[in-house]
Structures are given as C-alpha cells and as structure tokens.
Design a protein around this ligand. Sequence first.
Ligand code: HSE
Length: 294
Amino acid sequence: MIKIRVPATSANLGPGFDCLGLALNIWNEVSFEPAEKLSYHVTGEGAEKLNKGTKNLLTKAFTLLHEVCGREMRGASIQAKNEILISSGLGSSAAAIVSGLFGANEMLGKPLNEVELLKLATEMEGHPDNVAPALLGGLVISVVSDDEIITRRYEIPEFTIVIVKPDVEWLTKTARAVLPKSVSRADSIYNIGRTTLVVDALRNGDLDLLQKVMDDRIHQPYRLKHISGGMTAYKIAKQFGAAALSGAGPSIIAFVPPENAEQAKAEIQSVFEKLGIESRGIITKPGSAGVHCL
Ligand code: HSE
C-alpha cells in the first residue's frame, strides 16, 4: 500500500496571474492499495460531493498516468482524507490531479520523473500555477514554454497566513469567463513589476514590501465584483497586511503579523456574516514540501 500527502496551494498571489503559486500547510492524505477494480472513497472536506459517482479528477489522473506509460491499469482502492476545502481557490483540483498522477507513478515504480509529472498535471489543469507547488512545495514560479514547463522553486520564511472562504457559488469556469480577453500596456506594466517584487518580498519575509506590491489589475478587480462581499473583505484584509484573492477565489488570502491573525480572520469573516453569508476561516503557514510518500 502507498500513502501520500499533497498540499493545498494558493495561486496568483496577487499580480502573478497563472505564474505564481505557494504550497500551504494544509493537506490531503491519500492511500492507494492494489485491488481488482478502481474504487475511490473520501472522508473530510467535500466528501459528500466527491463520493458521488466513480470518476473524478483523482481517478482520471490515476488512469491517465497508466495510459501515458502504456501500462495496464489493474485497479486500486483509493482512500482520501481531505483537509483542503473544495471550490475555494485553494487548489483542491490541482491536489486531486497531482495525487492521482503521483500515486499511480509510485505504484508503477516511478516510470515518470518530476518534470514529466508536472507537464501531465499542467495539461490536465490548464495552467501550472497550482499543480507546480502541489508537486514541488514552497513558492513556485512557473512558465509554460514551447514544450516544457520551466519552474523555479523557493523556500520562504514562516509567514502567518489567514484564509477566509465565503460559502458562495463560484466556479473556476465562471472566474475565467469574467476576465477580459486582453489587457492594456499600463496594466501589464503594473503587474509585471509587482510580480517580481512579490517574489522578492516572499523570499525575504518582507511583509511591509509585500503589503505594498501584492496588488493586481488583470484578474482581481474583474472577479471580486462578482463575489458577494468580496471587495469589502479584500479591503479589510489589506488593512491587516498583504492580501489577495486566492487563486480564482472566492477565498481571500492575507499575510499578516502573527499577533493579528485571529482578529484579521474574525473581521474578514464578519464582512460575509453581515451579508448573511457563512464563511470558513483558517490560519496557516506556507508549506515547504510538495506531494510525498508517508
Ligand atoms: N491562475 C488560475 C486563475 C488559478 O486565476 O484562474 C485558479 O485555477
């Protein structure tokens, strides 16, 4: 039997749309046991939704890896203990893809290397910014080149991170559909400089700089206005430190001084509460490890 764990991830980190991602200290644990047929069962986050039907991203990824390697899929009993909130902007689909690919690869004696796994995962997800840190851990910059995904991975200091996920309907498909097809030169310049400085601030543990540069003009303004309470919650989060929409949302992620974390979480959640929207609040840290065997 193989047991693995895979981290939640927060993509974009403000201006780094589709390029930056950070692994978090929130994990799904998945075990794979050889069996006659392929079966899948989840406990924890999203169990009710994920246990419906037999096909999901994890089993698809598990099957795909066998196909790509030209190996017969003999079946497996897959059990997942999920901690990553689903439909939240915390990389639950990337975690499912990465665990399916990684688990199958381990069971087959590692026919694919990390670079090949990343390429497959990116093809399944459509962009590399969540799957790359789910695989590699830490802060990851990823760029899709002609036929490879170029990445650089960095360990970052122990920031305190607050995440608030409002209980609103917000599909990734919608979150991409609301974006403009093109952006202006001014907005591109705005984001390019800030993206490089977000990486610098994260690597150096510089919360003051992060607070000044974690801003975006190419996706957040278009998305936040469709998320009830989103813009107000984001503005409140910024009062405590550096804030962004986590991935495509709807969660807000804030990097705050440790002593203010509880208050930040409570005040961000109260924005949604006033609108009659339930929310979940989490205080966590960056995760330095990517998917690995236990
Ligand atoms: N970069 C992606 C986006 C992450 O913002 O749409 C979510 O899948």
